[in-house]
Design a protein around this ligand. Structure first.
Ligand SMILES: CC(C)(COP(=O)(O)OP(=O)(O)OC[C@H]1O[C@@H](n2cnc3c(N)ncnc32)[C@H](O)[C@@H]1OP(=O)(O)O)[C@@H](O)C(=O)NCCC(=O)NCCS
Length: 139
């Protein structure tokens, strides 16, 4: 079942909880942009993911967040797998994401089969590690 959908104006309420550092105006811009997907479970929004297609050839997940109360229930995994399926359907054979080397969330990505492919160190922050997963051959 498809657990990803495009955002609608009423998602502003859940997005305020998921992305509190953005103003309403910035969240509304995300809602109207092409890159945000709402993650649904049991007919209600439980999270979002935001992605880009860099160089017109490489899908990149910039951010994924599940409501704190709904974490650990498999929704993140299901959303990433559905996004990967949609990217494969569009003809892409490789996807990437990034996370800070200090973030425990990297273990989520490792469990999903993502492997390190580089790092970026900027603004004296912990390294931003990039991880990739090949889609070709997925069922
Ligand atoms: C990371 C996140 C999206 C995962 O979504 P989720 O629905 O909670 O993940 P799932 O239930 O599908 O978990 C899948 C596996 O990853 C593991 N996992 C998930 N988040 C983890 C974390 N932060 N640290 C270590 N392991 C984690 C789970 O324990 C689970 O392991 P299991 O298969 O052995 O049980 C969610 O926890 C979240 O929103 N975190 C805060 C925001 C964040 O860090 N986003 C990632 C930025 S790149």
């Amino acid at each position: 079942m498809n657990c990803l959908r495009s955002p609608v104006p009423s998602d502003l309420e859940v997005l305020r909880k998921l992305w509190p550092r953005l103003s309403d105006a910035a969240l509304e811009a995300q809602i109207h942009g092409p890159r945000l997907r709402i993650i649904e479970a049991g007919g209600k929004p439980v999270g979002f993911l935001k992605f880009h297609v860099i160089w017109e050839s490489l899908p990149f997940i910039e951010h994924i967040v599940i409501l704190e109360s709904d974490r650990g229930l498999g929704y993140g995994t299901r959303a990433v797998r559905e996004w990967e399926r949609q990217m494969a359907e569009r003809g892409f054979d490789l996807v990437v994401m990034s996370t800070q080397a200090s973030a425990t969330a990297q273990h989520f990505w490792r469990k999903l089969g993502y492997t390190d492919c580089g790092a970026l160190t900027i603004r004296s922050q912990p390294a931003e590690i990039f991880m990739q997963r090949r889609l070709a051959g997925d069922s």
